[in-house]
Design a protein around this ligand. Structure first.
Ligand code: GTP
Length: 597
């Protein structure tokens, strides 16, 4: 296809503003989908995505559109993930396009996520086509939203398309503006091949499928290609595009977006952002912007039933085939047995993996409290990264502990500002900015990531009744007064419950944990102290009173079969108990204690 007839664009929108519905409409209007197929959202193709309404994996569709000028254009719509955890993937998708549709809900207006994405899009020199969606809603205030786009985002919106992805109104105008306003790509067909690896996924029939954007040169079947970052070579065996159904093509030329397969077995063998070139005539340098994936949040994953360990191992390996962005290694815990320590891009990513393991692989899991990555400087001059509180070295050997910080942007209606300021303050936040736009406040805070991973987002949503939006970026590590808090049951530390906390918050956290455990651990024949301690110093304590009677006592003289049953039950319960300083703790107690963060 001639460069002048290609348009590559993505859609940026806040969650629920109608990105997927609009994408489906565009596909339908250009003939890629029938009305019946339209009823299924095609771009979100995983069950979990559908239920959560979140686009996890990027997908791309090629549309042919005959414009009012009589020419037929090849439009590639790049769907981008809508969550901060996947910011790098988003940045690569944006780098593959020349423009973006900015979709804003006519009833909701501009949200934090929208802002963050628009700025990113502008950084990629995109031409932005604003679309005010859901104008069919009674609460729609398109003119107010138009003014807001100009005022808050600072781009002209006088030609913003008023549309409804639901009724189909304005869809043709959107296609027309894509052709007229978004510039065609540039590229050199005769230069050495340079294509960006935008995304990859595992397909049971095709193996690993790679989404690419060709910058220079031509990608063809039979070509020997090389991934410049990891140096591996592959033979291209398929070239094509999605409409959204798969269609094989002869080639992908400069400016084109499409897919290739090359008998690659694992998604982990491909790196998003890598440059693909040919073995014979390689490009002199790779494309800019490549970054290695880095796990931000870690947690332990253990099977509730120890017998399920092999199944867990198998399932984790299978999942990893399709998602190279999470990492894992074996971990063994005295409390929870054999399991894995896994790393994720963020909290949502963690939840998605956890849910897929539970649902798709039918596993009962215990997830330990999420932890961020700490940097330790030791007294002997060495440095280490700490992913697991249980691995914390002796305090006397540590010179300095640094924790990751983030810059958070919260966008919230005025009415909820007070409690949100308090929440940020309670989480050791440093206020950087507070500005008002219309009836809304835009808050910028610097926060320790550690204080955000537990329940910050949930709290934010509940305080603001869902109206606040939240977005963040990492801003590096800073020294903190951090300590490891151990939980001791009958004087013995329980590894799965130790955590790293800020010294000022340790006592409160410790007290909560002890109170919870007091309710969760059954009584024994003796008194059991439950303590929270930093080093040798106890900072909180509860005591579980002694049990007065034998379980079977009330059956004495009674029905013998009932007594047997009780003993049987007790024995079964024991199987899932863990011993700590002579105390049997039911596995459920760990799960419950960990669940509450
Ligand atoms: P994420 O994938 O979570 O980012 O959401 P999204 O932006 O893709 O939103 P989606 O297309 O899933 O739409 C969210 C909700 O808004 C759905 O219930 C849609 O049916 C509805 N919706 C989308 N467009 C319109 C519209 O023009 N009018 C009305 N009334 N509802 C719409």
């Amino acid at each position: 296809t001639e460069l002048s007839h290609i348009r590559n664009f993505s859609i940026i929108a806040h969650i629920d503003h109608g990105k997927s519905t609009l994408a489906d409409r565009l596909i339908q209007q250009t003939g890629g989908l029938t009305e019946r197929e339209m009823s299924e959202q095609v771009l979100d193709n995983m069950d979990i995505e559908k239920e959560r309404g979140i686009t996890i994996k990027a997908q791309t569709v090629r549309l042919n559109y005959t414009a009012r000028d009589g020419e037929t254009y090849e439009l590639s719509l790049m769907d981008t993930p809508g969550h901060v955890d996947f910011a790098y993937e988003v940045s690569r998708s944006l780098a593959a396009c020349e423009g973006a549709l900015l979709v804003v809900d006519a009833a909701q207006g501009v949200e934090a996520q929208t802002l963050a994405n628009v700025y990113q899009s502008i950084e990629h020199d995109h031409e932005i086509v604003p679309v005010i969606n859901k104008i069919d809603l009674p609460a729609a205030e398109p003119e107010q939203v138009r003014a807001e786009i100009e005022e808050v985002i600072g781009i002209p919106a006088d030609e913003a398309v008023l549309a409804s992805a639901k009724t189909g109104e304005g869809i043709e105008e959107i296609l027309e503006q894509i052709v007229q306003k978004i510039p065609p790509p540039t590229g050199d067909r005769d230069a050495p091949l340079k294509a960006m690896l935008v995304d990859s996924w595992y397909d049971p029939y095709l193996g690993v499928v790679i989404l690419v954007r060709v910058i220079d040169g031509v990608l063809k079947k039979g070509l020997n290609i090389k991934f410049m970052q990891n140096g591996t070579q592959h033979l291209v065996d398929r070239v094509g595009c999605m409409r959204p159904k798969i269609e094989q093509l002869e080639e992908l030329g400069p400016g084109e977006i499409g897919f290739i397969t090359a008998q690659i077995k694992e998604v982990a063998d491909t790196a998003v952002g890598d440059t693909i070139t040919t073995v014979k005539n390689p490009a002199p340098e790779a494309l800019p912007g490549y970054k290695e994936v880095q796990s931000v949040v870690f947690c332990g994953l253990f099977p509730v039933d120890a017998a399920d360990f092999d199944k867990l191992r198998e399932s984790i390996h299978k999942l990893r085939l399709n998602d190279a962005s999470f990492t894992f290694e074996m971990e063994s815990s005295a409390a929870l047995g054999q399991g894995f320590r896994a790393g994720f891009l963020g909290l949502l990513h963690l939840e998605i993996i956890q849910e897929r393991l539970t649902r798709e692989y039918d596993l009962d899991l215990i997830t330990t409290a999420p932890s961020v990555v700490y940097k330790l400087s030791m007294t002997d001059g060495t440095e280490m990264e700490l992913h697991n509180p249980a691995d914390m070295p002796d305090v006397v050997k540590i010179a300095k502990i640094e924790e990751p910080w983030i810059k958070a942007t919260v966008y919230v209606p005025d009415d909820y500002l007070g409690p949100i300021l308090k929440l940020c303050q309670d989480r050791r936040g440093i206020q950087k900015q507070l500005t008002y736009v219309g009836g809304r406040a835009q808050l910028v805070y610097e926060l320790p990531l550690n204080e955000v991973v537990f329940d910050f987002y949930d709290r934010l949503k509940s305080i603001s009744r869902g109206y606040a939006s939240f977005d963040y970026e990492a801003i590096g590590h800073r020294e903190g007064d951090l300590v490891k808090m151990n939980i001791l049951v009958n004087a013995e530390p329980v590894d799965a419950l130790s955590m790293i906390v800020h010294r000022a918050a340790a006592e409160t956290r410790g007290r909560h944990m002890c109170e919870r455990l007091k309710d969760l651990i059954p009584r024994h024949l003796f008194k059991i102290p439950v303590q929270a301690a930093i080093g040798g110093k106890v900072i909180a304590r509860e005591t579980i009173g002694a049990m007065r009677k034998d379980v079977t006592a009330k059956c004495y003289g009674g029905d013998i079969s009932r007594k047997k049953k009780l003993l049987e039950k007790q024995k079964k319960g024991k199987a899932k108990m863990r011993e700590y300083g002579n105390v049997s703790i039911p596995q459920e107690a760990f799960i419950a204690a960990l669940k509450m963060g």
